[in-house]
Design a protein around this ligand. Structure first.
Ligand code: UD1
Length: 426
């Protein structure tokens, strides 16, 4: 297993180009199942997760043409060879579960394993199933699989989600595009990736309106066609590099950045005393931090447009170096503080109680061996290590490879002392 070796204390200076959004790309790739015509996606990030989903789609019979290293991915689901998504391919990544609705909508039946994914709480799929069932699907959960059928097709329905779920909103939206009649989704997620997916679906001939608001309206159509769509830039990657620059100090400009959807993070960084220059039209975000101390800022994670849970771990790393105490509340996931004890190994002072972490800023962090526990947690360790004195070795970075494209190259190009070490610890 690869590790990262990071020697802290080098400010970051330069430019970093932001890749396509992992979370958007995954759902857009799944959308290929809705049409017998080719879907071409550009700006697709080369990541373990996106490659993994491409494999699952290929298993189902989708023709996938996506050369190594390329960012353009061609998917053609003209005919599927199977509508069964096996356990081995769904358990590793939760987003794979979203193949259920599109296959059901197009073929009238599908069998998909219950998902696994990051170890951040129970993460059930009850809302996904509730929405499909409201659309007339017969669902049977048996032996770890969901067996779904809608012999006469899915029907438009009125679904009120009891709380916001990104995955369930996207799943229901995709299935509803091919249902008979109109579906209304209330208390829908407003994440920018939902709008990206809705844009692509509309280009495919779907009739989705209201994306970006809490009410989505989808008028079902008989068939969808192929299209070409560019994946939106990754707001989580952009936010992560912004915090890396804020922690290590320096002057970094993020290019191809989704500036307009990073409001909550930009506010928090500015409150912490970091200079942020956002140019929405140019898609650039400049982060400058000199010798000034960071101020402690408290945050609650919230559905979009609130502070994203996927940036919580990174913000905690930053706050561990702030002047004062910050309180970080995680309201989305129940067990998403696994990075706290690892950050403490670097000298951070963090006390976790339930869904709240109290972070008392310290003057210096010191390098130590640490272990990545999930995708976003692992990158918080990288951020802390960049700002720490001495050398840190982060093990189990396969978590990082799931969601960050060429992370170490992008940081090294800005002056970070970071290198990938192959194989296990010596
Ligand atoms: C997506 C993102 C993930 C992000 C999360 C919240 C992808 C691939 N992943 O995950 O990076 O952290 O949104 O912004 O896009 N829940 C239920 N029942 C359900 C569905 C969800 O109880 O049927 C709960 C979850 O356990 C969680 C909360 O709802 O506590 C929100 O989860 P959800 O928004 O669905 O997250 P994902 O779509 O899985």
């Amino acid at each position: 297993m690869d590790r990262l070796s990071i020697t802290g204390g080098h400010p970051l200076n330069g430019q970093i180009a932001i890749s396509g959004a992992k979370n958007s790309a995954l759902k857009l790739m799944v959308a290929s199942l809705l049409t017998p015509e080719p879907l071409t996606l550009t700006n697709v990030p080369n990541l373990a997760d996106t490659r993994f989903l491409a494999q699952l789609l290929a298993t189902l019979g989708v023709e996938v043409y996506w050369p190594k290293g390329a960012h353009e991915c061609h998917l053609n689901a003209e005919t599927l060879s199977s509508t069964i998504a096996p356990y081995d391919q769904v358990r590793k990544m939760r987003a794979s579960f979203n193949v259920l609705g599109p296959m059901l909508a197009r073929y009238g039946h599908a069998t998909v394993s219950l998902p696994g994914g990051c170890a951040i709480g129970a993460r059930p799929v009850d809302l996904h199933l509730k929405a499909l069932s409201a659309m007339g699907a017969d669902l049977l959960v048996e032996g770890g699989y969901v067996k779904a059928a809608a012999i006469h097709g899915l029907k438009g329905a009125h679904v009120v989600f009891p709380f916001v779920s990104v995955g369930a909103t996207e799943h229901a939206m995709m299935a509803a595009t091919l249902a008979q009649g109109t579906t209304v989704l209330e208390n829908a997620a407003r994440e920018p990736e939902i709008s990206d997916l809705a844009d692509c679906l509309n280009k495919m001939g779907a009739r989705v309106s209201g994306a970006g608001t809490a009410t989505l309206r989808i008028e079902g159509v008989a068939t969808l066609k192929g299209t070409r769509h560019a994946v939106m830039p990754d707001r989580i990657e952009a936010g992560t590099f912004a915090m890396a620059a804020a922690a290590a100090g320096g002057d970094v400009t993020l290019t191809q950045a989704p500036v307009g959807v990073l409001g909550a993070l930009i506010d928090a960084l500015e409150q912490a005393g970091v200079t942020v220059e956002a140019d929405r039209a140019a898609g650039t975000l400049r982060i400058v931090r000199g010798a000034t101390a960071l101020r402690a800022v408290s945050i609650n994670t919230q559905p979009h447009p609130g502070f994203p849970t996927d940036l919580q771990a990174q913000f905690m790393a930053l706050m561990s170096l702030a002047d004062g105490t910050s309180i970080i509340r995680e309201t989305i996931f129940e067990n998403r503080f696994m990075h706290a004890p690892e950050l403490s190994r670097l000298g951070a002072s963090i006390e976790v109680g339930g869904r709240e972490a109290v972070v008392k800023g310290v003057e210096t962090l010191r390098g130590a061996p640490v272990m990545a526990t999930d995708l976003r947690a692992s990158v918080s360790l990288v951020i802390a290590a960049l700002a720490a004195e001495g050398r840190t070795e982060v093990s189990r970075i396969y978590h990082l490879d799931r969601g960050f494209e060429r992370l170490e190259d992008k940081l090294a190009a800005c002056g970070a002392a970071i290198e990938r070490l192959s194989g296990d610890e010596g």
